[in-house]
Design a protein around this ligand. Structure first.
Ligand code: TXA
Ligand code: MG
Length: 334
């Protein structure tokens, strides 16, 4: 375990990466499992450590806008606009890839995903290594993304070279992913930069259907990560869509082997074990707490989890997108 507050630990992390190793690094969204993005062998180790399907491409992290132009073939005007507004920050953009991007990173696609994170420790490691860093979320595939260094160790301890502890992540959900390779641009994964913000910058932005709905059998995902079951706790999660009173009475009438994943305000009225994921009126708090809450649900050892469905606007759309996947798209309208 390395510590982001220690300059020598930042240098150690950078050294490991330069030698082709793997380091868990903090970002403002979630912890990433980083490797040299220009080294296909180093990136292959990421897939092995996570148990990640080989057809799911990686995001490349940069610490300077100038790096972007060395990694992609073209930068559309809309991308420059979004970069000026939201980089550094929780936004990933998809570009036509340059030849230096190994196939392991792009998973056979002719595009590459790029992000400029705002977390000072992430920037410091990229700068000190002198490398663009490929980094998916630093969880075992299928588990909730890690929002603390302890989550990373829990999932990947013994399989990676180091974790750089930079405290809890401030956004708590993975970055917004948008592709500008089509017209109008298309939101592939909602995150801390909201659909409303993207539309106010670019005008029309399409919400990819896979954000809210399961893929039809045989349908191709615009973003390969969307097709896998994600964030799944051991219990069967059911999203309950309705107002507080109905949620509380439904849960209290079905208490056998059950727990509630609820808002903080719901807790005192429930007669089953509860895990809270923030206040009803504060989607940013819900985003910050959701993944830790999903991990804590596993400790309760129950069979069924009744989750309170979040509102879909602003950052709430990202919270909903993760929860509906944790629930395997099982929703009960109250
Ligand atoms: O916030 C984040 O984005 C974190 C931190 C570490 O930066 N990273 C992250 O990576 O969430 P990962 O691998 O867990 O999710 C990346 C998503 C996947 O759904 C993947 O399929 C999609 O981005 N993606 C990556 N490259 C792509 C590409 N060229 N075209 C379409 N989707 C792509
Ligand atoms: Mg992930």
């Amino acid at each position: 375990m390395l510590h982001a507050s220690q300059q020598e630990d930042i240098l150690t992390a950078a050294q490991i990466l330069k030698k082709g190793g793997l380091v868990g690094i903090p970002t403002e969204t979630v912890y990433g499992l980083a490797a040299n993005a220009l080294d296909g062998n180093a990136c292959a180790k990421i897939f092995a450590a996570k148990g990640r399907p080989a057809d799911n491409p990686l995001i490349v992290h940069i610490c300077d806008i100038k790096q972007l132009y060395t990694l992609v073939r073209t930068v559309p005007e809309e991308a420059e606009k979004l970069a000026s507004l939201y980089w550094p920050g929780p936004l990933t953009m998809i570009f036509p890839k340059a030849d230096c991007i190994p196939d392991e990173v792009s998973a056979g696609l002719d595009t590459v995903a790029i992000r400029f994170p705002s977390h000072p420790a992430a920037q410091a490691v990229i700068r000190e290594s002198g490398l663009p860093l490929a980094a998916p979320s630093a969880n075992l595939s299928g588990r909730p993304s890690p929002t603390t260094a302890q989550h990373v160790l829990h999932d990947l301890g013994g399989k990676i070279d180091a974790v750089l502890d930079g405290g809890a992540c401030s956004v708590g959900l993975e970055s917004t992913v948008i592709t500008l390779a089509c017209t109008p641009p298309r939101l592939l994964r909602p995150g801390g930069v909201t659909l409303e913000q993207l539309r106010s910058a670019l005008g029309n932005v399409i919400l990819d259907p896979a954000v809210l709905n399961p893929l039809e059998a045989g349908e191709k995902a615009a973003s390969p990560g969307m097709k896998y079951k994600h964030y799944a706790p051991k219990a069967n999660v059911i999203l309950l869509d309705g107002p507080r009173e109905k949620y509380i009475s439904y849960v209290n009438e079905h208490p056998v082997n059950a727990a509630a994943l609820c808002y903080t305000e719901d807790q005192e009225f429930l007669s089953v074990p509860t895990v809270c994921y923030g206040n009803e009126q504060d989607p940013s708090e819900q985003a910050r707490e959701l993944f830790d809450a999903l991990r804590r649900l596993d400790d309760l050892g129950v069979k069924t989890v009744f989750a309170r469905q979040p509102k879909l606007d602003g950052v709430g759309l990202a919270v909903y997108n993760r929860l509906i996947r944790a629930a395997g798209f099982e929703v009960l309208k109250l």
